[in-house]
Design a protein around this ligand. Structure first.
Ligand SMILES: [Fe+2]
Length: 248
């Protein structure tokens, strides 16, 4: 699996608080079958990360530490599958975002044309549409982060309309958990069945309340989605971002 949404870099936002916690989060993710993680640290008022080189340096350091050989209990070097960490940011959309992207002050996903964008949960639908149109016009493909969070998208065929505007849709694994009494989980399952989702992400922040947790969602998705679509949203579409290829 490839995780397109995470706050894995230490000390830059409300995600991992230390290198030790980052490494712990990565090993939890690895145990769930994640091979690649996009480090999408926040760009927002609260976390104005506008220094891509700093984020790249921290990513390099974390990736090298995560892939250091480790000794097993028998004293022998254990072979682990390497984990790749791609650069990126979760960008809180505002009018200045396109200018900052063009000035190279914000990171796209793996230096591609794809941009992970987020909004306030109470955002009006028209604002998401404007953001999608503006980003597309500027040559970027917007990926709407944790789409289940925006109340305006619960109405009618708004998700389909955003896709028609050439937005791609990301959902958090954890939001799929929960029974039919849970309106968010219900909305998630419905949109997964309609194939409106392009990427699943953990949005992991720490090793506690917001840890990487794919299990419950994966077990539901394995039962209810066909395996080709499941592969696309958990791996192949994200892989296409790393190659800057078009996703349909
Ligand atoms: Fe996030």
């Amino acid at each position: 699996m490839i995780d397109i949404h995470s706050h894995i870099l230490p000390g830059v936002d409300d995600g991992a608080s230390s290198m030790k916690e980052s490494l712990h989060m990565l090993s939890m993710a690895r145990r769930q079958g994640i091979t690649d993680v996009f480090a999408t640290s926040h760009y927002s008022k609260a976390f104005p990360n506008r220094d891509p080189e700093k984020l790249r340096r921290i990513r390099d350091e974390l990736m090298s530490r995560a892939n250091r050989p480790v000794k097993g209990p028998d004293g022998k070097i254990k072979r682990r599958r390497p984990i790749r960490i791609w650069t990126g940011q979760e960008i809180f959309y505002s009018n200045s975002v396109i200018r900052l992207l063009e000035e190279g002050k914000l990171l796209t996903l793996a230096d591609s044309n794809y941009v992970l964008v987020e909004f306030m949960p109470s955002v009006p639908y028209s604002e998401i549409c404007t953001a999608v149109r503006n980003l597309s016009r500027a040559g970027y493909t917007p990926v709407v982060a944790h789409a289940e969070r925006y109340r305006c998208l619960r109405k009618g065929k708004r998700v389909e309309e955003l896709i028609d505007l050439e937005a791609l849709i990301q959902m958090n694994y954890r939001s799929v958990s929960g029974g039919w009494h849970d309106a968010t989980a219900r909305w998630c399952k419905d949109n997964l069945k309609k194939r409106n989702i392009h990427f699943m992400g953990t949005d992991m922040h720490n090793i506690g309340s917001r840890m990487p947790d794919t299990k419950e969602a994966m077990s539901w998705m394995r039962k209810h989605l066909d395996s080709t679509y499941l592969r696309q949203i958990t791996r192949e579409n994200a892989l296409r971002i790393t190659e800057n290829k078009i996703i349909k």
